[in-house]
Design a protein around this ligand. Structure first.
Ligand code: HEM
Length: 139
């Protein structure tokens, strides 16, 4: 393969990849679908005794808006996250593994309700899982 072929191949792969990422964001229904999923997730979180206490007096509108931005970025959608860093936001809230898993289940239920395909759900969950280390409570 000469250098021109290699460059062309790299470009083709980059485009295919960009397309795959667009597809993930599309599978969440783009901005409108994602907004609905975050609304439903928040309803679930407030109805869930494992997570509700954390959200007493929390700024609902702001959190929803920042969550939509953040998940959109994780899905490689055309968004910018304008919220606070995860670590600083969740500091001192005593979030443990049980609370984190509960919130993830509440998100899964919202994705199911809105018809997000299973493999697309898993792609998002795989990106959220490592964020546990930023939201957990540390001494
Ligand atoms: C991967 C998991 C999580 C993500 C991506 C996430 C994301 C966010 C975002 C984007 C905000 C708003 C940031 C801002 O105001 O600029 C926020 C705030 C908040 N999150 Fe999370 N969060 C996660 C896990 C959790 C868990 C497990 C809990 C508790 C069960 C939790 C409780 C809260 C609370 C109470 C606030 C409001 C804090 C305040 O403004 O005083 N979060 N989160």
């Amino acid at each position: 393969m000469n250098i021109r072929h290699a460059a062309l191949l790299a470009l083709t792969l980059a485009c295919a990849n960009a397309h795959a990422d667009d597809a993930l964001y599309e599978q969440f229904g783009e901005r409108a679908g994602l907004t609905k999923i975050v609304d439903d997730m928040y309803d679930n979180v407030l109805a869930d005794p494992r997570t509700a206490p954390y959200f007493d007096n929390a700024p609902v509108k702001r959190i929803k808006q920042k969550l939509v931005e953040q998940i959109c970025v994780l899905l490689d959608g055309p968004c910018v996250y304008t919220g606070r860093p995860m670590r600083r936001t969740h500091e001192g809230q005593n979030i443990d593994r049980a609370a984190f898993n509960a919130l993830v289940e509440d998100l899964q239920a919202a994705m199911d309700k809105n018809g997000v395909p299973f493999h697309a759900q898993n792609k998002l969950l795989a990106k959220l899982a490592p964020m546990y280390r930023d939201v957990q409570d540390r001494e």
